[in-house]
Design a protein around this ligand. Structure first.
Ligand code: MN
Length: 206
């Protein structure tokens, strides 16, 4: 019998900004709970679950997301999704998209405002916990994709660009049950230059 040893294969990365700089749109208290408690728990659980599995040798978190299922998938995807989520915000964000992304948004949705409205509607309509994603296919065509629980469009060969966390833990401290208001508040700190950067990297990294 092999004794299971705890590993720290995956690490919780610090937020890319101080906790209080997204206020009043996302409070420091929400970020402390969301990042330091919820996200940290997914990373910790993932590390414990992969001990003595082939995933202990994975070269990236994305690899685990793409190849796992069950509890390992749930925790790996939640770790991936949260890192991606937190990285899209900035205290002084760029509020409009430009260039190729702006063109793709206009082509698919008519305008950035219409894109936001549809994502807000889909976030409110998603029953239970999950994520609403803006993603692109390999040709750069955009789609809004709702996923339950830890779901991520990577598993259908799509490239995530932007995500809305509609788990109650993401908004209950600041907005209580008002999911629509919580989603609307996110646009104030969503940095479109980050989304443009993700869009420009499609197909280049793998
Ligand atoms: Mn969350």
């Amino acid at each position: 019998m092999t004794a299971k040893t705890s590993t720290q294969k995956f690490h919780l990365q610090a937020l890319p900004y101080p906790y209080d700089v997204l206020e009043p749109h996302i409070s420091a208290e929400t970020l402390h709970f969301h990042h330091d408690k919820h996200m940290a728990a997914y990373v910790e659980k993932l590390n414990s679950l992969i001990v003595d599995t082939p995933f202990a040798n994975a070269t990236s978190l994305e690899e685990v997301v793409l190849q796992s299922d069950g509890a390992i998938f749930n925790n790996a995807a939640q770790a991936w999704n949260h890192k991606f989520y937190f990285e899209q915000f900035a205290p002084k964000p760029k509020h409009e998209s430009e260039g190729e992304l702006a063109k793709a948004i206009e082509k698919k949705f008519g305008s950035i405002e219409k894109l936001k409205e549809q994502m807000e509607r889909d976030a409110v309509a998603l029953f239970g916990s999950g994520w609403v994603w803006l993603a692109a296919d390999k040709h750069g065509e955009l789609a809004i994709i709702s996923k339950c629980n830890a779901g991520n469009p990577l598993t259908e060969g799509m490239y995530p660009l932007l995500t809305i966390d509609v788990w109650e833990h993401a908004y209950y401290i600041d907005h209580r049950n008002a999911r629509a208001a919580a989603v609307k508040a996110l646009w104030n700190v969503l940095c479109w230059s980050k989304i443009e950067q993700r869009y420009s990297e499609i197909g280049r990294s793998k």
